[in-house]
Design a protein around this ligand. Structure first.
Ligand SMILES: NC(=O)c1ccc[n+]([C@@H]2O[C@H](COP(=O)([O-])OP(=O)(O)OC[C@H]3O[C@@H](n4cnc5c(N)ncnc54)[C@H](OP(=O)(O)O)[C@@H]3O)[C@@H](O)[C@H]2O)c1
Length: 183
């Protein structure tokens, strides 16, 4: 990460990993409804897959359960690090973490031992996990969905001045946008 986040555990604040949050968010801030995404955008699912492939991906237990339900297995080709207070039984490509520092340590180990020494880890939600990691996030990879759907889960408020748009790819009904944290 690149600074800030005084309340964060030291392992998160001082990590050498580049922390990238990846999210699809509607104009009203909605990211989820009833444990699922409120839309079905196959191009976005492909974009998520291509962007995160061969990296550690940190997510909350509710999001993890949603993925298991949707595709019947954890994300192939990635190490999923699931934040939970529960004692989950998980397959080999999933690591359980009981806090942010444990999640970052697991991401670091997975990056070195399973993903060719990449220096990047993704934070893939849901709202509780974005909220906790946001002060440590270096880059936001956002699918901006041009819609105002009903939902029960929102992306946390962020200080727009803290982020600089560095890439935009406009599509039909949505855009892939990358923001870097201003130094
Ligand atoms: N649009 C998008 O890009 C996107 C991305 C991701 C998710 N979503 C949506 O967001 C919704 C889920 O988000 P959510 O906020 O409800 O749930 P979530 O963040 O996915 O999961 C919450 C759970 O994570 C665990 N957790 C979080 N922080 C923890 C910590 N510091 N230590 C230990 N455990 C921790 C707890 O699990 P336990 O209860 O097991 O302890 C908590 O109940 C779904 O609708 C999903 O589809 C959307």
């Amino acid at each position: 990460m690149t600074g800030g986040g005084d309340d964060l555990p030291a392992a998160v604040r001082d990590t050498d990993l580049e922390l990238v949050a990846i999210v699809a968010v509607a104009e009203n801030g909605v990211i989820g409804k009833d444990g699922e995404m409120p839309w079905h955008i196959p191009e976005d699912l492909r974009h998520f897959k291509e962007t995160t492939m061969d990296h550690p991906v940190v997510m909350g237990r509710v999001t993890y359960d949603g993925i298991l339900e949707a595709i019947g297995e954890p994300l192939p080709g990635r190490t999923t690090i699931v934040l939970t207070s529960r004692d989950l039984e998980t397959p080999e490509n999933v690591i359980v973490a009981d806090g942010l520092d444990a999640a970052i340590e697991a991401a670091k180990t997975a990056a070195a031992e399973r993903h060719g020494g990449t220096d990047r880890a993704f934070v893939a939600g849901g709202a509780t996990v974005y909220e906790q990691f946001l002060p440590a996030i270096d880059r936001l990879v956002v699918t901006e969905v041009h819609d105002d759907p009903d939902g029960d889960t929102r992306f946390p408020e962020r200080d727009r001045d803290a982020w600089r748009e560095v890439d935009r790819d406009n599509r039909d009904g949505f855009a892939f946008v990358t923001y870097d944290r201003r130094k």
